[in-house]
Design a protein around this ligand. Sequence first.
Ligand SMILES: [Zn+2]
Length: 354
Amino acid sequence: METIEITKPFNGHVHFRNGQMMKDVVPYTAQHYFGGVCMGNLPGDEVIDTIEKNLAYKGAILEIAPSFKAIVPLMVTQNLLANRKTIFPAAKKLGIRVYKFLPGGLSTNGSPGLSLYDFYTPAFREFFELLIENDCVFSCHFEVEFDTNGKKIDPRYQEEQAILFLQYLLRNFPKLKIMVEHASSWQMIHFIRNLPRKYRIGVTLAIHHASITFPMVINWRGKFVDSRLYCKPIAKYPKDREAVIEAMFSGDPRFFLGTDSAPHLLEAKIRKEKPAAGIFSDPISLQKYAELFDAHGKRKYFENFASIFGPEFYGLDPSKEKITLVKEAEKNPKLIAGIPVFLGGGETAWRVKN
Ligand SMILES: [Zn+2]
């Protein structure tokens, strides 16, 4: 039987939510990944934008998975920006070095009242200087919802339109360490692949962006075909999917694994009015990446992408543990604790050896 043995991987982007859902989903990530960047975009006042909430959130994850190396970013909100001068030194003392920005309105629980246009404000400019001074990572969901006339941009083009804001950061803050979350468009990926290596940039790539395309999610009438596959950034076209896959196989250390596994209950995923954005993939994500690398004859690039480049970007040592995958088809679970699983009911050609 064919097997692949690699260093236990690192998930550069994952959502655990909180409460019971967190208890239900954390084990699925922790069994295949030794650590990960756990996003704290919780609803309303629960958003992880203070030191206290950050420590409590990390504590809650570790209670479920004690050996999981959880990096919990501070969420960039109006509150965090207002308190930036006191938060930075306190965060530094505790080793909190990642700040995540999810613009308001874009996806599940974005920061109300803030968009990429706010990069030009004095508060954000000072914030970027503080990030550089303290050698922190700016993790950003690069999508822009409205154009300069206030007109809504089609979700398919919200990421390519955000390249301008990334350019602005590189030009004005060339020393800033930037994490481009879940790149999904050929434009964004080509832009980054062509950047000089002097820029400090990391990019996570999600398995769903390497698997599905826009017409599988929404039809030509603009109606959902399958809202369980709806996520932000939305899946695009074969050319974009190819760019994601090529970047995975490039051996370029700027591109690494981040599943963006993002659980929602089935009712929220299939409701008629605004189904929730996010795909819960971690029960099968590692197996799906293995399947993809193997199917394209690119196994030799798999371990660096999954297990080495991510920790390197975040200044962590790779795991000392190994994980083995076996080429043996397995059915994907449909539902776990009421949460639809990515490609549930389908099959994956690889499974993880217990
Ligand atoms: Zn995310």
